[in-house]
Design a protein around this ligand. Sequence first.
Ligand code: C5P
Ligand code: MG
Length: 186
Amino acid sequence: MSEEESTVIFVLGGPGSGKGTQCAKIVDSFGYVHFSAGDLLRQFVRSGTKEGNECAEMMQQGKIVPSSVTVNLLKTAMKESGQSKFLIDGFPRNLENRDTFLSVVGHDCTFVLFFDCPEDVLEKRLLGRAEGRADDNIETIKKRFKTYQDQTMPVIEHYDKKGMVKHVKTDVSIEEVFEKVSAFFK
Ligand code: C5P
Ligand code: MG
């Protein structure tokens, strides 16, 4: 399967907006393969290499790691899966992520699924979840919110101008969100 023939859906939204949860449900119902850029980066960090340690440091500061690293991880995961329908969550986090994906993978997404949720709700969810993540502390959370506003919102605006964004409000139950999300995949 060449990447030229693949279908890619980007899933974006603030930290804690339900990207991972909803992606798991989309996989079950609609036969996509799901890759989380954040999960791939955390796995890369565990490799313990010098580059991995540099990424860990940036993630602890809520910063976006260089696109070359993230896009290579995504490209490899896509290729190794042997599949052709991809949900990519937490990506592109900035316009550089997006440009690099386009030049490395060779095509854009079909649409962007965007999860809209107020910051106070996100903060409660992040502080309440017990995944043992090094960046789920209040100090890093505030930095992640700022990075999201400064760097990720311009990506949403970019795709909005092209009419490619499916907006979903996610400060409701998992089931209610999934009902809205499902409609875009049917
Ligand atoms: O999406 P998630 O919250 O798991 O991402 C965790 C961290 O991984 C982000 O705060 C950021 O530091 C890093 N990341 C990144 N580039 C991406 C996705 C995640 O630098 N495209
Ligand atoms: Mg996630």
